[in-house]
Design a protein. Structure first.
Length: 72
């Protein structure tokens, strides 16, 4: 994932994670992020979905379509 678009083919940057956390500390961070994700989705779900759509299918002219060139 790139920083500007979660849906692009660009690989995510390597994040350096602390290697000294205990499993309990890592779980606490994971649970906090999960709770934040849930709260964000509950608050901004429709807007997030629209942003994903806009990134996946940007506004612009539709591709040319030739019905005579169909393989079936």
């Amino acid at each position: 994932m790139s920083a500007d678009s979660p849906s692009t083919a660009t690989p995510a940057p390597v994040l350096l994670m602390p290697r000294h956390w205990t499993p309990e500390q890592a779980l606490a961070v994971f649970e906090c992020l999960h709770a934040m994700r849930f709260a964000l989705w509950a608050t901004y779900g429709p807007q997030v979905q629209q942003a994903w759509r806009d990134q996946l299918v940007p506004q612009g002219p539709m591709p040319e379509f030739d019905p005579d060139d169909l393989p079936f």
